[in-house]
Structure formats: C-alpha cells, structure tokens
Design a binder for this molecule. Structure first.
Ligand code: RUQ
Ligand code: CUA
Length: 637
C-alpha cells in the first residue's frame, strides 16, 4: 500500500518554522477598512422574538441586557430548568447532563466505558457495539456537540470524541443513550469534535497525535513520516467518508456556519516528538479546510485509500494546495494555539493563544479570496495569560478563559478588529474563576443565536472551595451570569464535578423532546409480552424469552444445564414512565436495565452449576425485593 504522500518532497524536506507573517499595523489598516462590519444585533433581535414566544424567563433576547435580579437563578423544588447542558466527563468516558441554571446533574450517559446502572456494555447490543469499536474499556471524552439544522439545535443527536483511542460516538437524544461509535481509521487521539453547519453534514474528528501512516510498525523513528488527519464522519451512518492529511498536528476545531469552512488549531508545526521541540517555533497554524473543494477532490479520485478511507493530501506542498483553490489554508498564528470557535454570525473564527496572551481573529469571508491567508487575520487583542477557549453571547462579545490568570475575560469582537494588534482596549472586564479554567461555554454559543444569559467556566482546580475528600479534588464548574452588560459578569454558583469536564453544549430545554418510554420500533430485539414467554432448547443453546413487570419476571425459575449457552430476551412491559426494572444475575457479571417498553438481550455461558437468584436492581415497588427468578444450573451428566 502506498502512503498518500509517498512521492512527496514533504518526506525529506525539513519543515523549518514558518516565519510569522503577521503584518504590521500600518500594513494591515487598509485591510481592516475593507472588512464589512456585520450587525451583531440582527441575530440578537431574532432570539429576542423567539424567547418571548417561548414565554420562558430564562431566555434572554440576544440584544437585551437584563439584570440578574430579573432572571431565574434558583430552580424551586419540582420546577424545571431552562436548559440542558451536556458536559463531557473526560477520562471517565461519559457525558453528563445538567440542568441550567440549577447546575443539578440530571443524568449520566456512558459512552466509551461499561456502566452497570444502565447495563451499558452488559447486554448483547451495547457490548457488541463497544467490542466493534475496539473493545477498550474506557475513553476520554472532550467535546460534546449537538446536531443542528439551519444553525440551530434540532434535538437529534449529540456527538463526542474519544481522545484516547481515536473514536467518535453518537448519542441519540430521544433516549439519551449512545447508539453508535466509530473507531476512526488512520487517526490516533481524536481531539476536536464538531459539526459542519448549518445542517450537520459532517461530524469532524480532529486528529491530535501524529503517528506513522499506516501505523503498523514501519517508520517508527522518523517523525517526518508521522501524520495527522481530520476525519469527516457522516452523522447518519457514522461512516468515515474521507480524511485529510495535514502538516503539524491538530487540536480543537469548529465549523463555519455556511457549509464551506472548517477550522482547526494545532501545535507541533515542527513535526517533533518531544515537548521542547514541539514549542520551538514561534508560530503554528490555524488550518482552514475548504470542504467543498475537498469533496471535489474526493469525487475526482484525487486520494489514496488507506484502511478503507479516501485520504486526501492536504499538506502544504501537496498538488491540491497549489492551484487557485487550495483545499487547506494554513494561517500563521502564535505558537501552540488552543481553542478555535466561529462567531455566531459566522464572520470570524477566533483562535486562542494558550502560550501567547492574544487571540487571533480570522475573517472568514475574506479567506476564499485572499492570496495569502494571513491577510484574513483582522484582529489580535491581548486578553491575558493562557487564553484557551472562547464562547459568545450573541451581543457581539466574546468570553475567553485565561488558564494561567484564572479568569474569564469578556471582550468586544468588533473593537478587537478595529484596535491595533496586541491592544488591550477590546477588553471589557475580567472575572476571577476558581481555578484555572479550561473550556467555557455560553448558552447556545455554538449556534447562530446564543441566548446570552449563562456561561459555565469549567475549572480544572477547585483547591479549597469544597469539603476535603482526599488527595483527589473535585473540579469546579462555575455558573456565571453574563446577561447584564451594565453590571457585568456575576458568579452565581460553584458546582463540584468529577474528573474531568472539558467542554459542554447548552441547549434550550424546549429544543429537545426525549421519549418517556421506549418505542419497540426503535430496536431490533423481539418484544416479549405476557403471552410470548418461552424457553427453547437446541444443541446446548437455550433461549429464554420473558417479560418483567411489577413484581415478577415471566418465569419464576429457569433451569439450564452446565455448559449451555443461554440467551435471555427480557422486555419491561410496563407503560408507566419511570418504572424501571433490571435483570441482574449474580456471579455472572450481568445487569441489564429495562426501562418501560424496552427489550434487551444477553447471552452467557452457564458454566457453574448452582442456584442464582436473578433479581431486579431498580427499586420498582413495595415488592421490589421479591421480584426475582431462580436460575438453576444443573451439573452436566
Ligand atoms: S480541550 S480544556 Cu479538549 Cu481545551 Cu480540554
Ligand atoms: Cu422491578 Cu425492582
């Protein structure tokens, strides 16, 4: 198999650090003058109308500044929150669902690891899914992104990456459960996860770790042969449609709003393998992927197939980057940028400096025409130490976490475009957070119409803010009110959290419509009603079909023979929401959650003769403890 860039000079050339081509102020001023000023208020007015239609006190119009006294900050017992927040769980491999503004944890959704309360990874369907996706027992979730249609949340799915094993998962928001995982070929360390908008045509997995391609034991020691790719995943099928090979590695990503551009930050333009070498150059890149141009290249067969995926060469010197429509534009930014996010109006991509105290504002409209993509850099405000990620309120402000300063800085985007480079003038205010924030997210910040009221700062350290619980401290997710431009940002709540939220998406409650019970049409397992109970035996295989309901299983006992392969198909026939059962089988490492109208199936070998009380692990009624069935395993003759 040939490498996509086999004959490419890139393999022998030394990638000397690109010189910074940031223009001087005087050179750039004429360009600044050419940039059309976008009216940020437009989006705000639309949101305001929507909020009043919804009659929801928690939703601000994007252009309205509202005092904290006039908004709901406490959610009374029995009342509902205004928003869902989907927080990643980092190396717990899960997603957590919070309500906002209460910051109550409503649910946990296991994604990359088994989880016993749900029986996720215990029944046949979910354990096969985890097995097919590589069979790892954990993952590292960072960036939960919710699907959109027309740049607004459509309630279908959430997606999240696995940085540890190069995977992407899909969560079905009808059931709030993981329904697909793709093990991304040719990619290690899938970091950014984000959608191509306006309609979530692709979910992009952004490859952080550079490895030889194929990573099969060859080219181990020559880092020049290491590569990293972005992967375009079809959200419906979760197939990887194509990948693009790049110089340097990649980190975070975000999609433009108009279906053309996709942005990633990256460090290691040096192609190094040690930390000191990776930060030796003064600049790295934001890469802007021209998606339609890439699609054309794929159509035209201009790729090499690698592990079943068309891989397009987007390295700087590739033929596809030489014509008048390069497929990847490399924009020079200060070294080791971290987050990149597109403004709600789709005009700018803003990359945070991390090692540099500035953010880089890239004008997206000019990117297509610019001979030198560096000409599209239209602002570089000085924000503070350790800028990592940026979120938006829809009123023209950006909010950036300052990891080293332990602050969130609020700044004016247009002022940053007008100001000279490294000016602090665009900074409006800073608020202390506790401590060392990584990501932050504002309500609906990833859409075209952020709500502009709440922001969560996902702080890596809590230090002494909570009761001590041993050497491992909780992290601290702080809720900040950003809806009042006169009074400024207000810290409203501290929320201890278990390791380790990296990013979140905040979605208005009315945009999701989760099911209360399962629809049997939505799964392949056979629904077992009271009249369908059955035990069939054939050649050492036993198939038990039974139901569960308050307070019984379809069989009071099930007798099998040592060595039998047993499949149990179990339906919860309840119609009543919130009445869950499970079937837990002691000493067989089995527990299957059964929500109302849900059927699950589990297959195991009955290899130890004895009596095992299969029981229901959800406290479902007064006779819950009595809800059990006896599994009798008779010794083989
Ligand atoms: S990256 S804060 Cu995935 Cu910033 Cu963690
Ligand atoms: Cu069913 Cu407890």
């Amino acid at each position: 198999m040939t490498r996509p860039n086999d004959s490419d000079d890139r393999l022998t050339e030394t990638n000397s650090p690109t010189e910074s081509t940031l223009d001087t102020d005087s050179e750039r001023d004429p360009l600044f003058a050419r940039i059309p000023r976008r009216d940020f208020m437009k989006a705000g007015a639309a949101t305001g109308a929507m909020a009043s239609l919804a009659g929801c006190t928690g939703l601000l119009g994007g252009d309205e500044s509202t005092s904290l006294e006039d908004v709901k900050t406490d959610v009374k017992p029995g009342d509902h929150d205004d928003y869902y927040a989907f927080l990643s769980g980092g190396h717990t491999g899960e997603i957590r669902v919070y309500g906002l503004p209460s910051m109550r944890q409503l649910m946990r959704i296991p994604v990359f690891g088994r989880e016993s309360a749900r029986g996720y990874g215990y029944d046949d369907r979910t354990s096969e899914m985890l097995e097919d996706a590589g069979g790892y027992s954990w993952g590292d979730t960072h960036h939960p992104r919710v699907s959109q249609t027309d740049n607004d949340y459509d309630g279908r799915w959430a997606f999240v990456n696995d940085k540890a094993n190069g995977r992407m998962a899909r969560i079905n928001l009808k059931y709030f459960e993981t329904d697909a995982i793709v093990d991304i070929p040719n990619q290690q360390g899938t970091h950014g996860a984000c959608c191509l908008l306006p309609d979530t045509k692709y979910v992009f997995g952004v490859g952080e770790f550079r490895v030889p391609m194929p990573n099969d034991g060859q080219d181990l020691t020559d880092p020049e042969n290491y590569t990293s790719v972005i992967a375009a995943i079809n959200p419906e099928t979760m197939n990887v449609e194509w990948e693009v090979l790049v110089d340097g590695n990649m980190d975070n990503g975000d999609g433009g709003k108009e279906g053309r551009w996709f942005f990633t930050t990256g460090y290691n333009s040096e192609h190094a393998t040690t930390q000191s070498e990776m930060s030796s150059s003064d600049t790295d890149w934001v890469k802007a992927f021209d998606v339609p141009a890439i699609e054309e290249a794929v159509e035209a067969g201009e790729y090499d197939e690698m592990n079943g995926v068309p891989v397009v060469d987007g390295t700087r010197d590739s033929a596809l980057n030489e014509g008048d429509r390069p497929i990847v534009r490399y924009i020079d930014v200060s070294k080791s940028p971290h987050g990149v996010s597109v403004t709600p109006d789709g005009q700018y991509a803003i990359a945070s400096g991390k090692l540099d105290p500035t953010a880089t504002v890239i004008d997206i409209e000019t990117l297509a025409e610019a001979d030198d993509p560096n000409e599209s850099i239209v602002g570089r405000p000085r924000l503070g130490m350790g800028p990592l990620h940026t979120a938006y309120d829809g009123r023209g402000h950006a909010y950036t976490t300052l990891f080293i300063d332990s602050q969130v800085v609020k700044w004016d985007i247009e002022a940053a475009v007008e100001a000279s480079e490294e000016s602090t003038d665009p900074v409006i205010e800073k608020i202390d957070v506790h401590y060392n924030p990584g990501h932050l997210i504002a309500s609906e910040s990833y859409t075209a119409d952020p709500q502009g009221d709440w922001l969560i700062s996902l702080n890596k350290l809590s230090k002494e803010r909570f009761l001590p619980v041993g050497p491992m401290h909780p992290e601290n997710d702080q809720l900040i009110y950003i809806g009042d431009d006169e009074e400024g940002m207000s810290l409203v709540k501290d929320t201890p959290s278990y390791a380790e939220p990296h990013d979140a998406s905040i979605v208005s409650a009315e945009k999701l419509d989760p099911a209360k019970v399962y629809d049997p049409e939505d799964y392949d397992e056979e629904f077992v009603d009271t009249e369908d109970v059955d035990i069939s035996r054939e050649d050492g295989r036993v198939h038990v079909k039974m139901y569960s309901t308050r307070n019984e299983f379809g069989f009071e006992e099930v007798t099998v023979t040592e060595g039998d392969e047993v499949t149990m198909t179990v339906t919860n026939i309840e119609q009543t929401p919130d009445i869950l059962h499970s079937i837990a089988i002691p000493e067989h490492d089995i527990n299957m959650k059964l929500a109302p109208q849900e059927t699950r199936e589990v297959t195991f070998t009955a290899d130890e003769p004895g009596v095992y009380w299969m029981y229901c692990a959800f406290f479902c009624s007064a006779l819950h403890l009595e809800m059990r069935s006896r599994l009798i395993v008779e010794p083989a003759e």
